[in-house]
Design a protein around this ligand. Structure first.
Ligand code: ATP
Length: 368
């Protein structure tokens, strides 16, 4: 098990990680999520003893990494797949790591097989694609057959087949009882890979819960309602009726309506009462990606100026929704930060987190 208690890391005036406490348990894939620059890599480096916390501590199996006896056999990590001597072959790279850790050469060939690099094992790694480099980094992490594994963005640069392979590998390692901690900024990927999530924003904990709980705590149910495309007046009529009944109605890009605040049977009755024909009335749950975007909306360091402008468009309360069909409030095709359902004031965990007076704000110069 990995346990962090009050972890804080400052680089000069920059607070990369602030008062982070969490546990990563064996037998599960734990996803470590956060926007760019939120402190995931810094946290992983502190877990691995590569960076010292400014305050707080982190242990693996009860010991700080640097005090673990024979650490390479207990903990494997992929932090930076490019941290390889390009002139060496994949096999020689792994052999040198194995020698340092007292791992037999036979294990090198085993892990090369596990990651599917056996056919290119004698090729210099500088000619490797991004995906091959990731596989080599994963092979290095597996070398000591460790019980605890950390992967920083392992699917970066992988094609769909590679992503599926990593997903299955993580699950298999966890099913063998290992502790698997994997960082990503892709919530959709974590939804398919992880059992448990730790979400951070600007170095602070935003959520620590199972994927299932995360979805039910953060995503609102909604109904998708579709009227005949050839009769736009039916859609307008229905929008007015549903809004009057207290529903919140948003337009989706393909013309369907997204309705919250009314149960499906009520929507059906209201449509029937208004003599509006329905072509679709289906229950939905907002995606995990949406829930994640909503949670981290206040904790994104780097945002396009276009997005910043979009962010200023506060959601329109139901009674103010435009009745004029030309002025329909349309759900963007690409989810935008904070658009769908920003948490009510006071319920954004980031907003209530302790503020660090040393935090210099959203200065892109702070980026490495
Ligand atoms: N050595 C350093 N010196 C100064 N600032 C640093 C250093 N390392 C990280 N930071 C800053 O700390 C913050 C957290 O960085 P970190 O790399 O841990 O984030 P991340 O969540 O891994 O980001 P990404 O998803 O983009 O990799 C960033 O603002 C970064 O610029």
């Amino acid at each position: 098990m990995i346990e962090a208690v009050g972890l804080t890391k400052r680089y000069g005036a920059k607070t990369a990680v602030y008062n982070l406490s969490f546990q990563v348990r064996p037998g599960h894939v734990t996803g470590f999520l956060g926007p760019n620059g939120s402190g995931k890599s810094t946290t992983m480096r502190m877990i691995l003893g590569l960076d010292m916390p400014t305050s707080g501590h982190v242990t693996i199996g009860g010991h700080p990494f640097r005090q673990l006896p024979n650490a390479p056999r207990q903990v494997g990590a992929l932090l930076d797949a490019k941290a390889v001597h390009g002139g060496r072959s994949a096999r020689n790279h792994l052999l040198s790591l194995a020698q340092l850790a007292g791992i037999p050469a036979q294990r090198v060939d085993e892990v090369l097989g596990v990651v599917g690099l056996q056919d290119v094992a004698r090729r210099r790694s500088k000619g490797f694609s991004l995906g091959m480099g990731q596989r080599l980094g994963i092979a290095a992490a597996l070398l000591g057959d460790p019980q605890v594994l950390l992967f920083d963005e392992p699917v970066n640069g992988l094609d769909p087949e590679g992503i599926l392979w990593v997903r299955n590998l993580m699950k298999k390692l966890a099913a063998e009882g290992r502790t698997v901690f994997v960082s990503s900024h892709l919530m959709s990927e974590m939804a398919l890979t992880a059992d448990h999530l730790i979400v951070i924003g600007r170095g602070q904990l935003l959520a620590d819960m199972s994927v299932k709980d995360f979805i039910s705590a953060n995503s609102a149910d909604f109904a998708r309602v579709r009227t005949p495309q050839t009769e736009p007046q039916q859609r307008e009529k229905l929008t007015a009726v549903l809004t009057e009944a207290g529903g919140r109605v948003l337009s989706e890009p393909d013309g369907a309506l997204r309705v919250t605040g009314l149960p499906l049977p009520r929507i059906s009755d209201l449509a029937h009462g208004a003599d509006v024909r329905l072509w679709e009335l289906s229950p939905h749950q907002a995606s995990l990606e949406e829930a994640y975007m909503r949670m981290t909306q206040g904790a994104v360091d780097y945002r396009s100026t276009d997005d910043r402008l979009a962010h200023l468009q506060a959601p329109v309360p139901p009674h103010q929704l435009p009745q004029d069909p030309q002025a329909q409030y349309v759900i963007p095709e690409v989810p935008q930060q904070g658009w769908y359902a920003p948490p009510p004031p006071g319920q954004n965990p980031y907003a209530t987190a302790p503020q660090d007076p040393q935090q210099p704000g959203q200065n892109p110069e702070d980026a490495r």
